[in-house]
Design a protein. Structure first.
Length: 165
């Protein structure tokens, strides 16, 4: 599940914030991070936590805010990570599993569970298709067919200010 999380997170952030200074690379990375972390943790047999918890998402936001005190430009760039992580939790439906989502508030035993992305099975094909559609929308909206715009997005994670309506 790459296109669903990355594509939908980038589009959601753009539609909500319309901030051309927000680094969309970090938003996409943050949207993929919970499955990467918990996939690695799952190899150890722990289950789909800790990265699918509200505590982890809030902790990432606190960490970014504390680590970037007095460094406004770096803060603006790194804020994409916790935003992407929070969007992952929404897009994954992690909030529906209250035991994991509210861990450790509702207890520490989450049992042996699989990642929500894995549990959906074939439905992931539809979600990945929707994510591809979101990325195609972003390609057109951000005029990424223009080489300079693509270079700017890859180099800085930003899209042009002229795209803000």
């Amino acid at each position: 599940m790459i296109l669903w999380f990355a594509g939908m997170a980038v589009v959601a952030v753009w539609v909500v914030f319309r901030d051309p200074a927000l680094d969309l690379r970090f938003v996409a990375a943050g949207a993929l991070l919970p499955d990467v972390v918990d996939g690695l943790v799952g190899v150890l047999g722990v289950g789909p936590w800790p990265a699918h918890t509200l505590l982890a998402a809030a902790g990432s936001l606190v960490g970014v805010m504390l680590a970037t005190r007095g460094r406004r430009v770096l803060r603006r760039r790194l804020l994409g990570l916790p935003i992407g992580i929070l969007l992952h939790l929404v897009l994954d439906g992690a909030w529906a599993d209250t035991t994991v989502f509210w861990w450790p508030g509702l207890g520490t035993d989450v049992g042996a569970q699989r990642l929500p992305s894995v549990e959906r099975g074939a439905a992931n094909i539809l979600l990945e298709s929707a994510g591809l559609g979101a990325l195609v929308w972003a390609w057109v909206r951000f005029r990424l067919h223009e080489p300079e715009r693509r270079r700017q997005l890859l180099r800085s994670g930003r899209v042009g200010r002229d795209l803000v309506e």
